[in-house]
Ligand binder design. Sequence first.
Ligand SMILES: Cc1cc2nc3c(=O)[nH]c(=O)nc-3n(C[C@H](O)[C@H](O)[C@H](O)COP(=O)(O)OP(=O)(O)OC[C@H]3O[C@@H](n4cnc5c(N)ncnc54)[C@H](O)[C@@H]3O)c2cc1C
Length: 292
Amino acid sequence: MIMTLGQKNFDMAIVGCGPAGLSAAVNAHIRKKSFILLGTSFCSPKMHTSPWIDNYLGEHHILGKDLRDKFLRHIKDIGIEITPKRVDMIYPVEKGYLVQCGDENYHARVVIIASGVDFTRTLKGEEEFLGKGVSYCATCDGPLFQNKTVAMLVYSKDGLDEVKFLAEICQEVILFPLFKGDLFQMPENIIINRVKPIEIGGNDFANRVITDKGTVFVDGVFLFREVVSPGRLVPGMETVNGVIKVNKHMETNLPGLFAAGDCTGKPYQLAKAVGEGQVAALNAVHYLDSQN
Ligand SMILES: Cc1cc2nc3c(=O)[nH]c(=O)nc-3n(C[C@H](O)[C@H](O)[C@H](O)COP(=O)(O)OP(=O)(O)OC[C@H]3O[C@@H](n4cnc5c(N)ncnc54)[C@H](O)[C@@H]3O)c2cc1C
């Protein structure tokens, strides 16, 4: 069974709609498990930008975006829908996991992470002040900054909704747009600052963004990146050098939590992502069946 409107409980949640996540979804569908496929609004920007692909079996010399469209047509043809949401956090709970997407939560008995890798470097001070004035989730932590001034560093247009949400509760939001594209009309208390952030500074708590044009003082700093680094997605999940540690069944160190594709490490290649998506899904199905 595929996701139905309003449903919040699933056998499986798949995080990411690149080749690894789509492959996992096709296999979960064939094995008749209920699942939700969550992905940020544009599936696999990496595939979209790939020039000619010559090493994907059966598709000699194809543009990345054409292969991506074929993958998306495949899942559409069999009735799989993508829920266009970014996953902020995944918490182990009784009988599975709680998958948090802004103010929406889903419960799944197993989860497959297929979120790719982000090569954007973190800012100096970002890790140091995480949880101490630095946050990746406006919905979760925004209320802590009610009537205060916050900075929001936005690396993808999808983050603008979070900026507007912060503007509703904060006195002022200093927006650093770090993506290509125009900004539409913003509420008056959003101040747009087109400079390059270099560092997040503070004492015990983050209180400034240091840029190439000077320092901006704030009460807190929010960052919106399209990809949440794997290490921050699930408390207690083991990573090695920034990628998720898995065994050959694509199991992580946490029961019922699997990972596939670039997020498990090199080689960063399509065939590996698709293959791992399948292995993860089939082993997740086996895990589900063994729990019944
Ligand atoms: C320029 C370029 C050329 C390439 N050429 C080739 C080639 O010729 N041959 C080859 O085999 N490979 C090539 N690759 C590599 C290939 O594109 C990747 O290995 C492949 O896309 C990895 O698939 P994935 O599903 O693991 O991750 P991705 O394709 O990165 O997909 C992950 C998806 O998850 C989404 N996501 C991330 N975090 C979250 C979250 N928290 N919540 C919801 N969604 C999330 C992302 O937005 C993305 O849509 C190339 C890559 C690039 C950049």
